[in-house]
Design a protein around this ligand. Structure first.
Ligand code: ZN
Length: 160
């Protein structure tokens, strides 16, 4: 085994973290990085890096779809329904009739006591000419973007 920094032969290297990469170095080069201990610290172990790469691969394969098309129910869906209904000058009852639902369903929707099913949502959107879905904010992919800065991660990914 050789020190990954100076190339000196070493019997037992020390794993240190330098700029988000983990390398095995000799005693002398140890001071250039931050020594890595067990995985319950904030430092990333090799396994964790691999895991992140796997996660990244999984999420990047679906991220295009995720970015472009995936939508979820708007947070203000109830307001949108109510507003659109008022605009069309419909009572809750009339709207309910229009989409063959009970008035209580409309009331619940407008009070945010119920989320519409896909089917119900479609009916509402069509009859009120509104959009109840909006694009998902990509908060959950933040983690995988962070791992793009990992040098070792990038190397491994290129090799495979
Ligand atoms: Zn060295």
């Amino acid at each position: 085994m050789n020190c990954e920094l100076c190339g000196k032969e070493i019997s037992q290297g020390t794993t240190v973290s330098i700029e988000n990469s983990e390398i095995t170095v000799c005693e002398e080069c140890k001071s250039y990085g931050k020594e890595v201990f067990s995985s319950d610290t904030e430092d990333v172990s090799d396994n964790e890096i691999l895991q992140r790469i796997k996660n990244k691969k999984r999420s990047s394969s679906s991220s295009d779809i995720y970015r472009g098309d995936q939508k979820e129910l708007a947070l203000d869906y109830s307001e949108r329904i109510e507003e659109a209904r008022m605009k069309k000058d419909l009572t809750q009852e009339e709207l309910a009739k229009k989409i063959s639902e009970k008035k209580s369903v409309i009331a619940k929707l407008e009070r945010e006591e119920m989320r519409p099913s896909d089917d119900l949502r479609d009916k509402l959107e069509n009859s009120l000419d509104i959009e109840l879905m909006e694009k998902i904010e990509k908060t959950s992919t933040k983690k995988s973007e962070e791992s793009e800065g990992l040098t070792i991660g990038d190397l491994i990914e290129e090799e495979s």
